[in-house]
Design a binder for this molecule. Sequence first.
Ligand SMILES: NC(=O)c1ccc[n+]([C@@H]2O[C@H](COP(=O)([O-])OP(=O)(O)OC[C@H]3O[C@@H](n4cnc5c(N)ncnc54)[C@H](O)[C@@H]3O)[C@@H](O)[C@H]2O)c1
Length: 268
Amino acid sequence: MIREFENKTVFITGASKGQGRGAALAFAAQGANIIAFDLGEKISYPSYNRSSNEDLERLGEDVQAAGGRIEIFAGDVRRAEDLELAVNNGIKAFGAIDILLSNAGICAYGTSHELTEEEWDAMLDINLKGSWLASKYVIPHMIKRRSGVIIYNSSVAGLRGMNRISHYAASKHGLVGLARSQAIELAPYQIRVISIHPTGVNTPMNDGLAELEGLTPQEIAERSAGNLLPVPWVEVEDVANAVLFIASDKARFITGSQFVLDAGLLTR
Ligand SMILES: NC(=O)c1ccc[n+]([C@@H]2O[C@H](COP(=O)([O-])OP(=O)(O)OC[C@H]3O[C@@H](n4cnc5c(N)ncnc54)[C@H](O)[C@@H]3O)[C@@H](O)[C@H]2O)c1
């Protein structure tokens, strides 16, 4: 059986949990080499984050069990040197990066006038600047090869206002501008750039937001979502299916656009 991403290499930030992990396993099952980047340790904001090296090691075992090859890098997307090292060493290991899934992100609540500067900066630095930094080190390599796909994991919050997460929504709207502008810069090199916009996804982030609010994950999803289809959330496999399609040649003329996976939420 021919696997769709045989001999392709995917660099994934935020790979050890949630949607990043789901995409890593789905790409590996289709023959891709994985370069996985994640924190490997806890960060203080948001407090739900309990990242550890064990998460990355577990991903490594699971990708290998699925017959895939993986290189693992612990680092913070806020640190340029961590990303540069992972990109360079990942290319040394696998020879190329064909796809970047810029996915690492955080979320937390607070009305905009009550947020501290530290909270605002952490949100924008991880979700927006960190995404740009990952692309900064991958793009020159893709330009040389005149080929590549960059996918930013934004959110429905990148396309609408949302209550008590203005810093999150601002960071996710920022990814739309980044993706659309990079699509213009990179089209001459056959590099496509797309942002994706999932509604609530059943991941440790959703569990973490529930923890912050003292609610159940189901209550959090229902409160923030308002999906048209009668589901509280979508699953990581739904996002992985969309990501694999966008990364594939079936989507060869899709660039600069926003791929919405919202169970109908944005109709309201
Ligand atoms: N869960 C949702 O409802 C939802 C919906 C739409 C979009 N998103 C977006 O999808 C992306 C993935 O979210 P998820 O639901 O899988 O969340 P998650 O919290 O389950 O996983 C996010 C991963 O990113 C990593 N990460 C966080 N900060 C990092 C940093 N500074 N450097 C490196 N890695 C870091 C975490 O350690 C974690 O492994 C995020 O950008 C998120 O904003 C989430």
